[in-house]
Design a protein around this ligand. Sequence first.
Ligand SMILES: *[C@@H]1O[C@H](CO)[C@@H](O)[C@H](O)[C@H]1NC(C)=O
Ligand SMILES: *[C@@H]1O[C@H](CO)[C@@H](O)[C@H](O)[C@H]1NC(C)=O
Ligand SMILES: *[C@@H]1O[C@H](CO)[C@@H](O)[C@H](O)[C@H]1NC(C)=O
Ligand SMILES: *[C@@H]1O[C@H](CO)[C@@H](O)[C@H](O)[C@H]1NC(C)=O
Length: 264
Amino acid sequence: MMMMMMRLLLVGLTALAVLVGDRVLANHVGTYRVVCYFTNWSQYRPSPATFQPENIDPSLCTHIVFAFAVLNKRLQLIPHEWNDPDLYKRTFHTLNRTMNRPKLLLAVGGYKHGPVLLSKMAGNVYKRSQFINQTVPYLRRYNFDGIELDWEFPGEINRGGRAVDKKNFPLMLEELRRAFDAESAVTKRPRLLLTAAVAASSDLIDGGYDVKAIGSIVDYVTLMSYDYFGAWNNVAGHNAPLYEGYNQTAKYNVKWSVRKWLHE
Ligand SMILES: *[C@@H]1O[C@H](CO)[C@@H](O)[C@H](O)[C@H]1NC(C)=O
Ligand SMILES: *[C@@H]1O[C@H](CO)[C@@H](O)[C@H](O)[C@H]1NC(C)=O
Ligand SMILES: *[C@@H]1O[C@H](CO)[C@@H](O)[C@H](O)[C@H]1NC(C)=O
Ligand SMILES: *[C@@H]1O[C@H](CO)[C@@H](O)[C@H](O)[C@H]1NC(C)=O
């Protein structure tokens, strides 16, 4: 539906609205984040539009999210493109050239990946544990500073999501967070960051996200504040309107979504 075309519309690096989890808010009021995305398909654009890790300007962003890794049928985290591990390394090297390098996060999921496999993983205590045990060394191996859960979307029944996702998503996040805390305590390395890219539309939020619970676990969330209107509508509208437009539903704008996530 509304989010249909979204990932395809992203350019090589795209900033999204960033909201800070309660836990972080208490300590870091005013922390400024510019979260940028490096997409696995931008390398395939014909020249001169191709976008490679070496094209990233690290001075523009505080966080770079590598999109996307996926789950395989055994619900394990795997790279998607044949050359992702090489791209991870080249991205890290590009960032590492700067003094104050941006944090590098790996995003798992994406719109095309859909909700089914993440729903299965989050819904089974053994599979969650397996995923978590595998994810920590995977992130460390490639120098990632954290992970972004890009589950599109929990509770999205018409694409294979389930109502129980709403309960299972925070459960999985909580267990991931505990594993990150434990790893950091043992290795003395800075704790891996835990974030989520979340939906902007009221139906998806109400059906799939326990906003309070998620906010108390993650470091911040990125709000997918785009695709409010697109080719799938039979009326014209801005793709990412900040405010309510003339004769348009009050819920389809960035202001509404941000309020929903901040005040739910
Ligand atoms: C990039 O990753 C997504 C996983 O969400 C995948 O569906 C897509 O096919 C990948 N590659 C390209 C070239 O789009
Ligand atoms: C990244 O840079 C730091 C110094 O800023 C250096 O110690 C480290 O070895 C570098 N890592 C890689 C993989 O290049
Ligand atoms: C994951 O690791 C923990 C701690 O080492 C262990 O207790 C648990 O059994 C592991 N889970 C799986 C599914 O292997
Ligand atoms: C307002 O939108 C509805 C459809 O959502 C349409 O039927 C109606 O004509 C519109 N009104 C105006 C004044 O544009």
